[in-house]
Design a protein around this ligand. Structure first.
Ligand code: FAD
Length: 299
């Protein structure tokens, strides 16, 4: 049943400071682009009646680049992210995720903050942010704190954010040059689809050993590996068991088959997908393992 909009109240404060003061009263729900909340409202599934707009706050819509770090304001839209040259060059997983989030209209309106705080296990930006080890800065009228993104999602749709807090920004260190990247979203269609399963992966390997005294040395060691997944568990997740199975392992044509088998087996131990209208748990687990194998073969 559709909501009766006269039961809802929308406020907008002139500054971030006043917004935080209102949030500290504990009555309001922030609304950024509204691409999640307005769908819920329209479907009669929005229990929160007091909405506080943060969409107009310039303090939250920025992308700041330093030589070592990028900081993305929670109010940055997917279009802002998709168009940013540093994100495209240094963080291709995030750039790609932004470009396949919904339609162009969604990308113009939907924010990265809304995508994270909405906490859907199927959302597009979390696997990339998990792989890049992003750090979240959250603010309230009583101060600022930082949370590693790997510790933000506590259980299904439950996060470490307190009701009086806003997600301010997302920071990522610019130290992924030389990493191999892989990202793939499997949905019902190529465009405008929520993922059935998605993987965002990063890996660093040593250079192949230089052939010495006639020996052909092509062994490379996997010295860092990060695998972020959507729809593999009840929250966006890092696949730490699969990462551990691959870390410090030699990567050669001879070891590849064994390596893939052990990575697939490790992933199976941590995959807990759900059955829902988009897909079955069995399909999700099988396709996640296939994507992991594709990543390793590309590596
Ligand atoms: C047609 C359609 C297609 C879509 N396709 C995709 C898709 O392919 N992939 C995908 O991942 N998503 C998709 N979405 C979902 C949605 O567009 C994204 O999740 C978007 O990023 C939400 O951002 P928003 O600013 O609109 O969030 P809002 O709806 O404004 O808010 C979402 C939640 O986050 C909270 N919130 C927002 N900002 C903050 C903040 N700074 N601090 C604290 N809390 C905050 C709100 O209180 C609310 O609980 C789609 C939605 C629609 C309608």
């Amino acid at each position: 049943m559709r909501s009766n909009v006269s039961e809802f109240r929308l406020e907008a404060a002139p500054t971030l400071e006043v917004t935080l003061a209102l949030l500290s009263l504990g009555k309001h729900t922030p609304i950024a682009g509204g691409t999640e909340l307005m769908v819920a409202l329209s479907a009669g599934r929005l229990p929160q009646k007091h909405l506080l707009s943060i969409n107009h706050l310039r303090e939250l819509r920025f992308i700041e680049v330093t030589p070592t770090t990028i900081t993305i304001g929670s109010g940055a839209t997917f279009t802002d992210i998709r168009r940013n040259a540093v994100i495209a060059s240094d963080f291709p997983l995030l750039s790609q995720a932004a470009s396949w989030t919904g339609s162009i209209a969604n990308q113009n309106r939907g924010t990265i903050g809304g995508n994270i705080v909405n906490a859907s296990p199927a959302a597009d930006s979390p696997p990339a942010l998990l792989a890049y080890d992003a750090t979240l800065t959250v603010i309230s009228s009583s101060g600022t704190r930082t949370i590693p993104y790997t510790g933000f999602h506590l259980s299904y749709k439950k996060t470490a954010l307190r009701p009086e807090e806003l997600l301010h920004s997302i920071s990522i260190k610019r130290n992924f040059s030389g990493y191999k990247t892989y990202i793939r979203k499997v949905g019902a269609r190529d465009a405008q689809a929520i993922s059935k399963i998605a993987l965002a992966c990063l890996a660093r390997t040593t250079e192949p050993a230089k052939p010495a005294s006639g020996a052909v040395g092509d062994a490379r060691l996997i010295t860092d590996i990060r695998i972020g997944a959507a729809s593999l568990r009840e929250t966006p997740t890092r696949c730490t068991a699969a990462e551990q199975a691959l870390l410090n392992q030699p990567l050669t044509p001879a070891t590849l088959t064994t390596l893939i088998a052990s990575a697939r087996a490790a992933l199976a131990t941590e995959a807990r997908p759900i059955d829902d209208i988009r897909s079955t748990a069995k399909y999700r687990a099988a396709v996640a393992a296939n994507l992991l194998e594709e990543f390793l073969r590309n590596l």
